[in-house]
Design a protein around this ligand. Structure first.
Ligand SMILES: [Zn+2]
Length: 455
């Protein structure tokens, strides 16, 4: 397919790509040493999945060749099968297209080499040769365009693009995968990635895998704000978990994906699909939702409601407490530790704290987290109550056992400072109660502060 034609197709419409291949094959034929090998051993299973996605309304199907490169095939003794597995992958997709009653585009799927997972790290020239070999095999058998997907490192993605562009004039969709923090493993933000990719003759820049629909939207929003690019997005069904020897994805509802499609279209996203754990039902819901939608022409000034779920940056706000200011000024500060009450009443605590603070000699109240495995009120709750009732800015301790709950978005009633004991530290700022992971050591904490923090 010519780049001009591809661009034309995306000008005013949203194309729906298919969903997961790997997890569907896993369901169909069980665990495999190599899913790409199924192009020769179980072509019927691969064909049926393509067909199911076409029936669900996909305009694009991806070849089952995500890992069909020499580097990833070698550990299975399949290094010499690159040409055959890619060729068969395209052949199966073409057969599925022929059985469809409407036009379907075939995208040659190319995944990363899995650097970092494997111990050997080839030189850039070798990486380029590996991608060149796979891309050539896909193009010779007749893909319409390429999808480079799930890349964690932009450097590797750039090499793959260069390998393709050394011989090919087919369109390229280039997708990185981002963590919840909005960066790739190499710490690149979407805006920065788009800036690096936009002059490399790629037609669409996107994000796929790792994140579910809700977490992917802010990434797509950031991409969509970059001038002069078209954006694609393919979320996972959610976070996977292990059950025995199986990786299981949550059964997130197709309606949820329809909602995602509407939100993404409002951002101007042009290609929508699914990644790990998604099924034809998810694709059908997105295809139905997209029928009545056109991609937004302009970059939306106001982010959508879902995109707002990204925590607001809090890096620039200083805590308001006198205690913090004293430490900043390197003045001596006095802190009194109290234990949370065993029951539900806070009256006695209020009374004590009131007395202590009235002495004017104490700068802060430090609430213990109760390391004695005793039932009692949570330190965060006590801190929130003290702040609300007495306008204090107490320090609430968190034991490491509570830190994971906090990282998941524990919404505290409003304590201003939280210290986590041991080596990890979390900071909660009132009023947003958004928890920010700080450095993995106490290094980021001012030294005077750390004396109070480390129990
Ligand atoms: Zn995935």
């Amino acid at each position: 397919m010519k780049i001009l034609d591809f661009n034309e197709r995306l000008k005013d419409s949203i194309l729906i790509a298919d969903g997961a291949m790997g997890s569907m094959l896993h369901e169909a034929v069980g665990a495999q040493r190599c899913f790409d090998e199924l192009n020769t051993t179980e072509p019927e299973a691969v064909f049926r999945i393509h067909q199911a996605y076409i029936e669900a309304g996909a305009h694009i199907i991806e070849t089952n060749t995500f890992g069909a490169n020499r580097f990833k095939l070698a550990p299975h003794g399949l290094a010499e099968e690159v040409q055959r597995l890619n060729s068969r992958g395209v052949k199966i997709a073409r057969e599925a297209r022929e059985s469809a009653s409407r036009e379907v585009l075939i995208a040659g799927s190319i995944g990363p080499l899995g650097l970092g997972v494997q111990s050997r790290h080839p030189a850039p020239e070798e990486i380029q040769d590996i991608f060149h070999e796979q891309a050539l095999a896909l193009e010779e058998r007749g893909v319409d365009f390429y999808i480079l997907e799930s890349f964690s490192y932009i450097e590797e993605l750039l090499i793959a693009i260069e390998a393709i562009r050394s011989f090919s004039g087919l369109p390229i969709v280039a997708q990185l995968t981002y963590a919840e923090e909005g960066t790739t493993y190499g710490d690149v933000r979407p805006t920065n990635a788009a800036e690096q990719l936009k002059n490399k003759n790629v037609q669409v820049i996107g994000a796929n895998c790792t994140l579910g629909p809700q977490a992917l939207l802010p990434i797509l929003q950031e991409l969509a704000a970059v001038d002069g690019i078209r954006v694609s997005g393919m979320p996972n069904a959610g976070f996977p978990k292990r059950e025995g020897d199986r990786i299981v994805y949550p059964r997130s509802s197709p309606e949820y994906f329809a909602l995602f499609a509407r939100e993404a279209a409002a951002l101007g996203v042009r290609i929508l699909g699914g990644c790990c754990g998604t099924t034809p039902a998810h694709i059908r819901a997105m295809a139905e939702a997209a029928k009545s939608l056109r991609p937004a022409k302009t970059h939306p000034a106001a982010p959508s409601a879902l995109a707002f779920t990204k925590p607001a940056p809090i890096a620039h706000r200083e805590p308001e407490s006198k205690f913090w200011k004293k430490l900043q000024a390197k003045q001596f500060a006095l802190c009194v530790e109290i234990d949370p009450p065993k029951g539900l009443s806070l009256d006695r605590v209020f009374e004590q704290v009131d007395k202590v603070m009235a002495s004017q000699k104490v700068d802060a109240i430090d609430i213990n987290s109760g390391a004695m495995a005793r039932v009692g009120m949570d330190a965060l709750v006590v801190a929130g109550a003290l702040e609300a009732a007495l306008r204090l800015f107490p320090i609430s301790r968190l034991a490491i056992r509570t830190s994971s709950a906090c990282r998941r978005g524990y919404s505290a009633p409003g304590p201003s400072e939280v210290s986590a004991t041991f080596s990890r530290s979390l900071a909660i700022r009132h009023p947003s109660a958004i928890i920010r992971k700080r450095a993995a050591s106490t290094k980021s904490i001012p030294s005077a502060w750390s004396k109070f923090c480390i129990a």
